[in-house]
Design a protein around this ligand. Structure first.
Ligand code: SF4
Length: 467
C-alpha cells in the first residue's frame, strides 16, 4: 500500500525527532482551565506515526492494559488512513480520546516503545488522542448493522471508565446496556474529578452522544438505593455490573484535618467543575485566589489540585511529598507541567500535624550533616489533602449480599495478585463488578479493561464469546 502522506523511510525514527503536540506557554495557559495541548496537523501526525519500527514483538501493546493494536493503527495513520485507524482503536478501547489524554504513557505504552532507548518513543498517546478527536468531530460511527439483538439487557451502575468500557462492548454484541449514574453527566471522575486543562468537558459530551447513537442508554441523576432499588435492577435485567469507583478520601488520620482551612482533594476538584459547568450539585466551591496553598501528596490528583490552584491565582502553591521526586507515583509529564506553571515542590517531608497556621512535618531524609532540624513547619492559608481514595461500599450492596474485603473493596471470584484473568463475578449470582471499587484507586485505562472483561464474561453467559 502506498503511503499517501509518508515522507520518511526506514530511518525516519532518526530523521524525524519525537515531537509531541505543541502546548500553550505556561504564562498563557495558567489563567484558564482550557486544555494545554494543541492537536497536531495531519503532516506531523503522519510523520510521528511513521517513526514506529513495527518491531514484530510490540512491547507497547503488551504494556497497554487494553492491548491496543498500536503498531497496526500507527501504520494506518502513517498511510493517512485516519478513519480506519480510528475504527481499529475503538476495537479495543471505547475511550481512546480519554486515554490519549490521561494515561501516564511514560509508564505504559511509550515507556515500552523500543525507541525509548535514546531515540524518543513514538508519541502513541498524542496520536491516539488526535485520531479519536477527529473521529468524534466527524461523527464517525461503527457500522453495527450486522449485529444481531440478543434480547438481553444489562444494568450498569456507574458511568465512569469501567461502566463505559462494559457498556460499549455489550452494545457492540447486541446487548442493551442501561447505565445509571448519580451525576448529571457521564464520566465519573473523568468529568467531575479531572480538571478541564487535562480533559475538556465537551469531550465527554461528545462521547456520550457517540455511545447513545450506538445504543447505550443512560439514566443520569439517578441514585441506586434512593431513586431505584438494587432489587429492581436485579429483577428487570439479565445481569448487573457495578462500577461505582472509590470516592472516600484517605485523610492520613492527620491531627488537625478537621480544621476549616483543610480541603479534601476531590471536594476541591468536584467543586471547581460544579461551578465552572453550572451543575447544581451540592458541592462547595473553594476559591484559593491570593492564598498560600499547600497540597499534600504526590500523585496525579495532587497535580490536578496544584495546577487548579495556580489557575485560581493562588499567591503561592507548594506540593509537599513524603518521598523523593523519583518515587512520585503519577505521570512525570504532569509534574513537569506543574513546574512550568509555577508550582514549587518540596520532597521528603512527612506531615505530622495541621495547625491553624500551616503544617508541621518531619524530614524523611534527615541527615545531621545536611540538616539543622528534623522538624519543619510550613505556613499556609489552605491545605489540600491528596492522599488518594478508598472504597465506600453502599449499604444496598451489603443488603444484597455483595461481599467486600476488610478494606471495603468488592470481593470477586478468584481474586489473586498473580492472576490477571480474574473473574469479575461478585458473591451474588448475576452481579459483576470492576474498576476502582474492586482494585482500589487505579488508572483510567485499567478500569476500562476490567469493564470490558466483565462484558466478555456476561456475554459468555448469554452464549456469546467476544473475540
Ligand atoms: Fe498507551 Fe493508554 Fe493508549 Fe494504551 S490506552 S496505547 S497505555 S495511551
Amino acid at each position: 500500500m502506498s503511503k499517501k502522506f509518508k515522507i520518511g523511510d526506514t530511518l525516519s525514527f532518526i530523521k524525524q525527532e519525537r515531537n509531541l503536540a505543541n502546548k500553550r506557554q505556561a504564562d498563557a495557559r495558567s489563567h484558564d482551565f482550557n486544555e494545554i495541548y494543541f492537536n497536531s496537523d495531519e503532516q506531523n501526525l503522519v510523520k510521528q506515526a511513521d517513526r514506529c519500527l513495527d518491531c514484530g514483538n510490540p512491547f507497547c501493546e503488551w504494556k497497554c492494559p487494553l492491548h491496543n493494536f498500536i503498531p497496526n493503527w500507527l501504520d494506518m495513520v502513517a498511510h493517512g488512513q485516519f478513519e480506519q485507524a480510528a475504527s481499529l482503536m475503538h476495537a479495543t478501547n471505547p475511550l481512546p480520546e480519554i486515554c490519549g489524554r490521561v494515561c501516564p504513557q511514560d509508564r505504559l505504552c511509550e515507556q515500552a516503545c523500543t525507541l525509548n532507548t535514546g531515540f524518543g518513543a513514538v508519541t502513541i498517546g498524542a496520536i491516539e488522542k488526535n485520531i479519536a478527536d477527529t473521529a468524534l468531530a466527524n461523527h464517525w460511527r461503527p457500522d453495527l448493522s450486522s449485529v444481531k439483538p440478543l434480547g438481553k439487557k444489562v444494568a450498569i451502575v456507574g458511568a465512569g471508565p469501567a461502566g463505559l468500557g462494559c457498556a460499549e462492548l455489550l452494545v457492540r454484541n447486541g446487548v442493551i446496556p442501561v447505565v445509571y449514574d448519580k451525576y448529571p453527566e457521564i464520566g465519573g471522575l473523568l468529568t467531575f474529578g479531572i480538571p478541564g486543562f487535562k480533559l475538556e468537558k465537551s469531550i465527554l459530551i461528545k462521547r456520550r452522544q457517540f455511545l447513545q447513537d450506538i445504543g447505550v442508554e443512560f439514566q443520569l441523576n439517578t441514585k441506586i438505593g434512593e431513586d431505584i432499588s438494587f432489587e429492581k435492577l436485579q429483577q428487570d435485567f439479565d445481569a448487573v455490573f457495578l462500577a461505582l469507583g472509590t470516592y472516600q478520601a484517605v485523610d492520613g488520620d492527620l491531627s488537625g484535618k478537621e480544621l476549616p482551612q483543610v480541603i479534601q482533594s476531590l471536594d476541591y476538584l468536584i467543586g471547581n467543575v460544579n461551578q465552572q459547568q453550572s451543575y447544581q450539585m451540592p458541592h462547595s466551591y473553594h476559591d484559593l485566589k491570593g492564598q498560600d496553598v499547600l497540597v499534600l501528596g504526590g500523585g496525579d490528583t495532587a497535580m490536578d489540585c496544584v495546577r487548579s490552584a495556580i489557575r485560581q491565582q493562588a499567591k503561592s502553591v507548594r506540593c509537599v511529598y513524603r518521598k523523593d521526586e523519583n518515587a512520585m507515583p503519577g505521570s512525570k509529564t504532569e509534574v513537569q507541567n506543574a513546574k512550568e506553571e509555577g508550582v514549587q515542590f518540596i520532597f521528603n517531608l512527612q506531615p505530622l500535624e495541621i495547625t491553624t497556621d500551616g503544617v508541621a512535618f518531619e524530614r524523611t531524609d534527615f541527615d545531621e550533616l545536611k540538616h539543622k532540624d528534623k522538624k519543619v513547619f510550613l505556613s499556609a492559608d489552605t491545605i489540600v489533602l491528596a492522599f488518594g481514595f478508598r472504597a465506600n461500599p453502599q449499604s444496598w450492596m451489603k443488603k444484597a449480599g455483595v461481599e467486600t474485603t476488610d478494606s471495603g473493596l468488592v470481593r470477586i471470584e478468584n481474586q489473586s495478585i498473580f492472576n490477571t484473568q480474574d473473574s469479575q463475578k461478585t458473591s451474588v449470582s448475576g452481579v459483576y463488578a470492576g474498576g476502582d471499587m474492586v482494585s482500589g484507586a487505579d488508572l483510567v485505562v485499567t478500569a476500562i479493561a476490567q469493564g470490558r472483561e466483565a462484558a466478555k464474561q456476561i456475554l459468555a453467559t448469554f452464549g456469546l464469546v467476544d473475540d
